[in-house]
Design a protein around this ligand. Structure first.
Ligand SMILES: Cc1cc2nc3c(=O)[nH]c(=O)nc-3n(C[C@H](O)[C@H](O)[C@H](O)COP(=O)(O)OP(=O)(O)OC[C@H]3O[C@@H](n4cnc5c(N)ncnc54)[C@H](O)[C@@H]3O)c2cc1C
Length: 188
Protein backbone atom coordinates (compact mmCIF):
# COMPACT_ATOMS: atom_id res chain seq x y z
CA UNK A 1 0.00 0.00 0.00
CA UNK A 2 1.56 3.29 -1.04
CA UNK A 3 1.07 6.49 0.97
CA UNK A 4 2.57 9.15 -1.28
CA UNK A 5 2.40 11.85 1.43
CA UNK A 6 4.48 9.84 3.91
CA UNK A 7 8.26 10.17 4.14
CA UNK A 8 9.97 7.70 1.81
CA UNK A 9 12.57 5.47 3.42
CA UNK A 10 14.75 3.77 0.83
CA UNK A 11 16.69 0.71 1.98
CA UNK A 12 19.41 -0.62 -0.32
CA UNK A 13 19.99 -4.29 0.44
CA UNK A 14 17.69 -7.09 1.54
CA UNK A 15 20.21 -8.91 3.73
CA UNK A 16 20.00 -9.23 7.52
CA UNK A 17 20.58 -5.51 8.01
CA UNK A 18 18.13 -4.27 5.38
CA UNK A 19 15.38 -6.61 6.53
CA UNK A 20 15.92 -5.72 10.19
CA UNK A 21 15.66 -2.03 9.32
CA UNK A 22 12.47 -2.58 7.33
CA UNK A 23 10.89 -4.58 10.13
CA UNK A 24 11.86 -1.99 12.73
CA UNK A 25 9.90 0.55 10.66
CA UNK A 26 6.84 -1.67 10.27
CA UNK A 27 4.65 0.56 12.45
CA UNK A 28 6.28 3.89 11.67
CA UNK A 29 4.41 6.47 9.58
CA UNK A 30 6.73 6.04 6.60
CA UNK A 31 6.72 4.38 3.23
CA UNK A 32 9.52 1.80 3.04
CA UNK A 33 11.14 0.53 -0.15
CA UNK A 34 13.71 -2.26 -0.13
CA UNK A 35 15.77 -2.47 -3.29
CA UNK A 36 18.12 -5.36 -3.95
CA UNK A 37 19.92 -6.58 -7.06
CA UNK A 38 18.61 -10.04 -6.18
CA UNK A 39 14.97 -10.66 -5.37
CA UNK A 40 15.88 -13.14 -2.66
CA UNK A 41 17.48 -13.06 0.77
CA UNK A 42 20.38 -15.44 1.45
CA UNK A 43 21.08 -16.99 4.83
CA UNK A 44 24.85 -16.69 4.55
CA UNK A 45 25.82 -18.84 7.58
CA UNK A 46 24.72 -21.95 5.68
CA UNK A 47 26.42 -21.15 2.37
CA UNK A 48 29.12 -23.67 3.21
CA UNK A 49 26.50 -26.43 3.18
CA UNK A 50 25.45 -25.47 -0.35
CA UNK A 51 29.13 -25.38 -1.33
CA UNK A 52 29.49 -28.96 -0.11
CA UNK A 53 26.19 -30.22 -1.57
CA UNK A 54 24.54 -30.89 1.80
CA UNK A 55 21.81 -28.32 1.09
CA UNK A 56 20.36 -26.91 -2.11
CA UNK A 57 20.27 -23.15 -2.79
CA UNK A 58 16.53 -22.99 -2.16
CA UNK A 59 17.07 -24.31 1.38
CA UNK A 60 18.96 -21.18 2.40
CA UNK A 61 17.23 -18.46 0.41
CA UNK A 62 13.82 -16.87 0.46
CA UNK A 63 12.13 -14.24 -1.69
CA UNK A 64 12.50 -10.84 -0.03
CA UNK A 65 8.86 -10.18 -0.83
CA UNK A 66 7.75 -13.19 1.17
CA UNK A 67 9.93 -12.15 4.14
CA UNK A 68 8.18 -8.77 4.38
CA UNK A 69 4.80 -10.03 3.28
CA UNK A 70 2.19 -8.58 5.59
CA UNK A 71 4.16 -5.41 6.25
CA UNK A 72 1.77 -2.92 4.74
CA UNK A 73 4.16 0.01 4.52
CA UNK A 74 6.88 -1.94 2.68
CA UNK A 75 7.46 -2.64 -0.99
CA UNK A 76 10.30 -4.53 -2.68
CA UNK A 77 12.04 -3.52 -5.87
CA UNK A 78 14.54 -5.53 -7.90
CA UNK A 79 17.40 -3.36 -9.09
CA UNK A 80 21.10 -2.59 -8.80
CA UNK A 81 21.95 0.79 -7.31
CA UNK A 82 24.76 2.41 -9.28
CA UNK A 83 25.07 5.70 -7.43
CA UNK A 84 23.70 8.03 -4.78
CA UNK A 85 23.32 11.80 -4.86
CA UNK A 86 22.84 13.00 -1.31
CA UNK A 87 22.30 16.60 -2.44
CA UNK A 88 19.26 15.83 -4.58
CA UNK A 89 18.40 12.80 -2.37
CA UNK A 90 18.24 10.40 -5.27
CA UNK A 91 19.37 6.85 -5.84
CA UNK A 92 20.56 6.00 -9.34
CA UNK A 93 19.95 2.85 -11.36
CA UNK A 94 21.22 2.03 -14.84
CA UNK A 95 17.91 3.18 -16.30
CA UNK A 96 16.88 6.08 -14.06
CA UNK A 97 16.73 7.32 -10.52
CA UNK A 98 14.37 7.40 -7.52
CA UNK A 99 13.93 10.07 -4.84
CA UNK A 100 14.06 9.37 -1.12
CA UNK A 101 13.61 11.25 2.13
CA UNK A 102 15.70 8.87 4.23
CA UNK A 103 18.30 6.42 2.93
CA UNK A 104 19.56 3.26 4.62
CA UNK A 105 22.56 1.62 2.98
CA UNK A 106 22.72 -2.06 3.91
CA UNK A 107 24.76 -3.42 1.03
CA UNK A 108 26.89 -5.83 3.05
CA UNK A 109 30.57 -6.55 2.62
CA UNK A 110 32.74 -8.54 0.29
CA UNK A 111 35.94 -10.49 0.76
CA UNK A 112 39.32 -8.91 0.04
CA UNK A 113 42.39 -10.18 -1.77
CA UNK A 114 44.68 -7.66 -0.08
CA UNK A 115 45.57 -5.99 -3.34
CA UNK A 116 45.91 -9.28 -5.21
CA UNK A 117 42.75 -9.46 -7.28
CA UNK A 118 44.54 -11.91 -9.59
CA UNK A 119 43.99 -14.51 -6.85
CA UNK A 120 40.22 -14.36 -7.34
CA UNK A 121 39.93 -16.97 -10.12
CA UNK A 122 41.83 -19.62 -8.12
CA UNK A 123 40.46 -18.67 -4.70
CA UNK A 124 36.80 -17.71 -5.03
CA UNK A 125 35.01 -16.21 -2.04
CA UNK A 126 31.84 -17.47 -0.40
CA UNK A 127 29.35 -14.65 -0.10
CA UNK A 128 26.44 -15.60 -2.32
CA UNK A 129 24.58 -18.50 -3.88
CA UNK A 130 26.58 -18.20 -7.12
CA UNK A 131 29.83 -18.50 -5.15
CA UNK A 132 28.54 -21.58 -3.32
CA UNK A 133 27.46 -23.28 -6.55
CA UNK A 134 30.84 -22.59 -8.13
CA UNK A 135 32.66 -23.97 -5.08
CA UNK A 136 30.40 -27.03 -5.12
CA UNK A 137 31.26 -27.60 -8.78
CA UNK A 138 34.99 -27.36 -8.10
CA UNK A 139 34.94 -29.58 -5.01
CA UNK A 140 32.85 -32.35 -6.56
CA UNK A 141 34.81 -32.25 -9.84
CA UNK A 142 38.07 -32.56 -7.90
CA UNK A 143 36.83 -35.85 -6.45
CA UNK A 144 35.59 -37.01 -9.87
CA UNK A 145 38.90 -36.16 -11.54
CA UNK A 146 40.85 -37.91 -8.80
CA UNK A 147 38.76 -41.05 -9.33
CA UNK A 148 40.11 -41.55 -12.84
CA UNK A 149 43.64 -40.28 -12.26
CA UNK A 150 46.46 -42.83 -12.49
CA UNK A 151 49.21 -40.63 -11.12
CA UNK A 152 49.33 -40.66 -7.31
CA UNK A 153 50.88 -37.24 -7.33
CA UNK A 154 48.16 -35.64 -9.45
CA UNK A 155 45.44 -37.45 -7.50
CA UNK A 156 46.86 -36.19 -4.21
CA UNK A 157 46.97 -32.67 -5.64
CA UNK A 158 43.33 -32.93 -6.80
CA UNK A 159 42.30 -34.00 -3.32
CA UNK A 160 44.20 -31.30 -1.49
CA UNK A 161 41.91 -28.39 -0.60
CA UNK A 162 43.33 -25.12 0.67
CA UNK A 163 40.99 -22.96 2.76
CA UNK A 164 42.05 -19.43 3.57
CA UNK A 165 40.35 -18.39 6.81
CA UNK A 166 40.05 -20.50 9.94
CA UNK A 167 36.91 -18.88 11.31
CA UNK A 168 33.60 -20.72 11.63
CA UNK A 169 33.00 -20.97 7.87
CA UNK A 170 36.53 -22.17 7.08
CA UNK A 171 36.37 -24.81 9.81
CA UNK A 172 32.86 -25.92 8.82
CA UNK A 173 33.91 -26.14 5.18
CA UNK A 174 36.94 -28.26 6.10
CA UNK A 175 34.74 -30.60 8.14
CA UNK A 176 32.18 -30.91 5.35
CA UNK A 177 34.86 -31.75 2.75
CA UNK A 178 36.18 -34.43 5.08
CA UNK A 179 32.61 -35.80 5.37
CA UNK A 180 32.34 -35.99 1.57
CA UNK A 181 35.67 -37.80 1.33
CA UNK A 182 35.19 -40.20 4.22
CA UNK A 183 31.48 -40.89 4.43
CA UNK A 184 29.53 -39.78 1.37
CA UNK A 185 31.64 -40.77 -1.64
CA UNK A 186 33.17 -44.14 -0.61
CA UNK A 187 31.07 -47.13 -1.77
CA UNK A 188 29.01 -48.78 0.97
C1 LIG B 1 29.89 -17.82 4.60
C2 LIG B 1 29.39 -16.91 5.72
C3 LIG B 1 29.07 -17.46 6.95
C4 LIG B 1 28.61 -16.63 7.98
N1 LIG B 1 28.28 -17.21 9.19
C5 LIG B 1 27.79 -16.43 10.18
C6 LIG B 1 27.38 -16.98 11.43
O1 LIG B 1 27.48 -18.20 11.63
N2 LIG B 1 26.88 -16.15 12.36
C7 LIG B 1 26.75 -14.80 12.15
O2 LIG B 1 26.28 -14.09 13.04
N3 LIG B 1 27.14 -14.25 10.98
C8 LIG B 1 27.64 -15.03 10.00
N4 LIG B 1 28.04 -14.47 8.82
C9 LIG B 1 27.97 -13.03 8.67
C10 LIG B 1 26.57 -12.58 8.33
O3 LIG B 1 25.97 -13.47 7.39
C11 LIG B 1 26.71 -11.19 7.75
O4 LIG B 1 27.27 -10.36 8.74
C12 LIG B 1 25.36 -10.65 7.34
O5 LIG B 1 24.77 -11.47 6.35
C13 LIG B 1 25.55 -9.25 6.82
O6 LIG B 1 24.27 -8.75 6.54
P1 LIG B 1 24.11 -7.47 5.67
O7 LIG B 1 22.64 -7.21 5.56
O8 LIG B 1 24.98 -6.38 6.19
O9 LIG B 1 24.71 -7.84 4.23
P2 LIG B 1 24.26 -8.96 3.20
O10 LIG B 1 23.55 -10.09 3.86
O11 LIG B 1 25.46 -9.25 2.39
O12 LIG B 1 23.18 -8.21 2.30
C14 LIG B 1 23.53 -7.17 1.44
C15 LIG B 1 22.47 -7.11 0.35
O13 LIG B 1 22.69 -5.94 -0.41
C16 LIG B 1 22.51 -6.24 -1.78
N5 LIG B 1 23.28 -5.29 -2.55
C17 LIG B 1 24.62 -5.05 -2.46
N6 LIG B 1 24.96 -4.07 -3.30
C18 LIG B 1 23.83 -3.69 -3.93
C19 LIG B 1 23.55 -2.69 -4.94
N7 LIG B 1 24.52 -1.92 -5.46
N8 LIG B 1 22.27 -2.57 -5.37
C20 LIG B 1 21.29 -3.36 -4.86
N9 LIG B 1 21.51 -4.30 -3.92
C21 LIG B 1 22.75 -4.46 -3.46
C22 LIG B 1 23.00 -7.67 -1.93
O14 LIG B 1 22.42 -8.32 -3.06
C23 LIG B 1 22.53 -8.30 -0.61
O15 LIG B 1 21.26 -8.90 -0.71
C24 LIG B 1 28.49 -15.25 7.78
C25 LIG B 1 28.82 -14.71 6.52
C26 LIG B 1 29.26 -15.53 5.51
C27 LIG B 1 29.60 -14.94 4.15
Amino acid sequence: MEHSSLPRVFIVGGGFAGLAAAKALAHAPVQVTIVDRRNYHVFQPLLYQVATAALSPADISAPIRSVVRGQKNCQVVLGEVTGIDITSKTVAFADGHVSYDYLILATGATHAYFGHDEWAPIAPGLKGIEDAIELRRRILLAFENAEYENSDEIRRAALTFGIVGGGPTGVELAGAIKEIAGRILPPA
